[in-house]
Design a protein around this ligand. Structure first.
Ligand SMILES: [Zn+2]
Length: 238
């Protein structure tokens, strides 16, 4: 409990829609021991209730607009009207600024994905939200919901790659990294042909790259995708 109290702090946010000022929890960087990282970068902490992704989304308690730090700062008047109609007019004041359970965080992500659709955020922003939501379902061992949001994430990452907006959602995202990530997400939704294709693209591009960590991951996951693909075909025949 002490650990939890000292690892969380209050961050003050201003709502990008109604300008109401509110506080929301954040996890202090570096305060947590990492125990595992999946091939799609899903990270498990020793104390999972302090996983920073639980606190990525800010939800305005006054109007219901949910956003992350990656969202556009200013909403244009027509977008504001849309948010007013579709979100705020239907909102009953609710507080997400305290300690969050996984299910509460799930609600926050769904609100943010809806808001991102309405305000036309970059594909990379929507991709990042969908992927993190899929991880929350992975933590809860809900495979069906996890897959649903992995599908959404891989679609948005592909769009993000096509329109080259991938640095908007995540400053660390490079071309090699997004190709690798799309490959890995394709593998997880069992689209093996495309998975192998994206891993090859990542490796091809990686010849001139210094990101050797990603390249060796791409090689490993590429072989895994090929194995799984073979297995699946054998099941079909057998
Ligand atoms: Zn607001």
């Amino acid at each position: 409990m002490m650990e939890r109290l000292s690892a969380l702090y209050d961050k003050t946010c201003t709502c990008r829609h109604c300008h109401h000022s509110f506080t929301t929890k954040r996890v202090r960087g570096g305060s947590q021991a990492i125990i595992q990282r999946d091939a799609d970068f899903c990270t498990y902490y020793k104390e999972q209730s302090l996983n920073p992704i639980l606190y990525t989304v800010n939800v305005c308690p006054a109007c219901g607009f949910a956003f992350t730090d990656q969202f556009t700062q200013q909403l244009l008047p027509p977008v504001k009207r849309l948010v007013q109609e579709q979100i705020s007019s239907k909102w009953t004041p609710k507080e997400f600024g305290y300690v969050r359970s996984i299910s509460e965080a799930v609600v926050c992500y769904k609100l943010a994905i809806y808001a991102a659709e309405l305000t036309g955020e970059a594909h990379s922003v929507k991709a990042g939200l969908s992927l993190r939501l899929a991880w929350l379902f992975r933590f809860q061992n809900d495979k069906q919901q996890e897959k649903r949001f992995l599908h959404m994430a891989v679609h948005e990452y592909e769009q993000s790659y096509v329109f080259s907006d991938y640095d908007k959602g995540d400053k660390e995202m490079s071309e090699v990294r997004i190709l690798y990530l799309i490959g890995e997400l394709m593998r997880r939704v069992e689209r093996y042909d495309e998975a192998v294709n994206y891993f090859s693209k990542a490796l091809e591009l990686g010849r001139q790259s210094i990101e050797t960590g990603i390249l060796s991951m791409a090689r490993d996951q590429w072989s895994l995708a090929r194995e799984e693909y073979k297995q699946k075909n054998q099941e079909k025949i057998g």
